[in-house]
Design a protein around this ligand. Structure first.
Ligand code: ZN
Length: 266
């Protein structure tokens, strides 16, 4: 996000991501100053409104700070919105770029964190990232035992899927927040929502003030995304690997490698 209207009620309270007139996204957005399409951050320089410049704290590894501005703030913002702190019971569905940050940040805020996965394969990774346990969503007994056990479930699955198995896991007034799939979901029964006073919600990135708070929080706690740094000329290979979910957990492009690699950019 590089700009917003700066005068609507949401912008004035620091929620520029919710700008009534639409914020300007970093790439593929409409630039309200030049009237052109924004060209993104995959370049040596990017022009942003000065209010949108963030300070990376000293000591925060630059190569690992970048994903905080996307996966990091997306998960941090919802953790703050739903007041997650010590004692909160948080579930995370999906352990990719967003999911692994959700685990680290929720654990960093003092929550009890459970990763929900279809197979036990991710147990070691989940625990290493700071989760307390892995709940296997294909195990009916484990799912039944986990009923009513969560204040917040963060759903990072990036495609159309079924929420019905997860809704009974929420406690009264618990919320399942969608941050992965942008589009249709499978048909959902309202029964567990009505009877248990449960909620389904969504959340985008955060505002600039909150993003700075995240950077400062991560620097003070030593919380960083797991990243793999690549050269610009490895981008196609990285894209293929990303499509196979073969990345732990975010690729970072070293823009210094852009020197002399015009061929790769083309
Ligand atoms: Zn605005």
């Amino acid at each position: 996000m590089v700009d917003s209207c700066q005068h609507c009620d949401q912008c004035r309270r620091g929620e520029e991501q919710l700008c009534r007139e639409g914020n300007t996204v970093t790439y593929g957005g409409f630039d309200r100053v030049t009237q052109e399409m924004t060209q993104g951050g995959y370049s040596k320089h990017v022009v942003v409104r000065q209010e949108f410049v963030l300070r990376v704290p000293d000591g925060l590894d630059l190569s690992r700070a970048a994903p905080l501005l996307c996966a990091g703030i997306t998960t941090f913002s919802l953790l703050r919105t739903w007041n997650v702190g010590p004692g909160s019971r948080v579930g995370v569905i999906g352990l990719g770029g967003l999911g692994h940050m959700a685990v680290k940040l929720a654990a960093g805020l003092g929550a009890q964190v459970t990763v929900m996965s279809r197979t036990p394969n991710k147990r070691a990774d989940a625990l290493a990232l700071g989760a307390d346990r892995l709940l296997i969503s294909t195990d009916p007994d484990a799912m039944a035992q986990a009923a009513n056990g969560f204040d917040l479930i963060i759903d990072t699955v990036p495609n159309k899927h079924d929420l019905n198995p997860y809704l009974p896991l929420l406690d009264v007034d618990g919320t399942l927040v969608i941050v992965g799939q942008i589009g249709p979901m499978d048909e959902m029964s309202s029964v567990p929502l009505l009877l248990g006073r449960r909620r389904v919600a969504g959340s985008p990135i955060g505002g600039i003030r909150e993003t700075q708070e995240l950077l400062d929080f991560c620097a003070s706690k030593g919380i960083l995304p797991e990243t793999e740094t690549i050269r610009m000329d490895q981008i196609n290979e990285a894209f293929e690997r990303m499509e196979r979910s073969d990345v732990r957990y975010r690729f970072v492009i070293d823009m210094a490698s852009l020197e002399g690699s015009a061929e790769a950019v083309a």
